[in-house]
Design a binder for this molecule. Structure first.
Ligand code: URA
Ligand code: SF4
Length: 221
């Protein structure tokens, strides 16, 4: 499908009445909701326990995730796990996923260079997030970086301005189908990849951990 056409979106690939995350994951493996499936290796679905209280939402799988078929298993994932641990969030309470589930890249020679997904990809892929949330019914959603924030909290949300603040899910960012439920708490923070790229990596890492501590504290109440 030429990328100039609006993608058909993931909705028609989402099975109705699904009760198991594994069933959703299997269906997502065949998603052709936008053109990103054409060049990527595979769909990278979310991972974690069905009983998880917290859902982390990143941008899209990277090169390593695309090859392994699992989210956050590359350098950004390693850093995120360290930060989650340092903040005192129990990893068994965490489910982790991405706003877009195929790797978008540009080929330069034989290298695959990460490209941020566009608004059309984010919108096309949102039905999978909606379906994940519907099954998980999390207490809290931690939004990592601008792409996930745009997908979930709306185009006007600024991570730099509102990071580290635990808030009730904004009514203005309620999506059709009661997604996420109004009593879900939201917290936005910087993306672990941005920590890896930061000039002052230690300060950026500390900022991420401090934001996550706000979440940890609320979860322990
Ligand atoms: N960055 C993301 O946003 N998600 C991943 O799964 C890996 C890196
Ligand atoms: Fe489907 Fe999302 Fe992949 Fe596009 S990025 S093909 S909507 S799973």
């Amino acid at each position: 499908m030429p990328s100039t056409e609006a993608p058909i979106g993931a909705q028609k690939f989402v099975p109705e009445g699904t009760r198991e995350l594994d069933e959703l994951k299997a269906a997502a493996a065949g998603c052709e909701g936008c053109e990103l499936h054409e060049n990527a290796t595979q769909t990278v679905f979310g991972r974690g326990a069905a009983s998880a209280r917290v859902v982390f939402v990143g941008e899209q799988p990277g090169d390593i995730e695309d090859q392994k078929g699992l989210p956050f298993v590359g350098p950004a994932g390693r850093l995120l796990r360290e930060a989650v641990d340092a903040a005192g969030i129990d990893a068994s309470n965490v489910y982790i996923t991405n706003a877009v589930k195929h790797f978008r890249f540009e080929l330069r020679g034989s290298r695959r260079i990460h490209q941020s997904p566009g608004p059309a990809h984010i919108a096309a892929c949102r039905p999978w997030l909606v379906a994940e949330f519907a099954l998980l019914k999390p207490e809290m959603v931690i939004v990592l970086g601008a792409t996930a924030a745009k997908s979930l909290l709306g185009p006007a949300f600024r991570v730099t301005r509102s990071r580290g603040q635990l808030m009730p899910w904004p009514a203005s960012a309620q999506h059709p189908g009661d997604f996420p439920a109004a009593d879900v708490q939201a917290l936005a923070t910087i993306h672990p990849s941005a920590v890896l790229r930061a000039d002052d990596r230690d300060a950026a890492y500390k900022g991420l951990v401090d934001d996550l501590k706000v979440a940890a504290e609320a979860l322990s109440r």
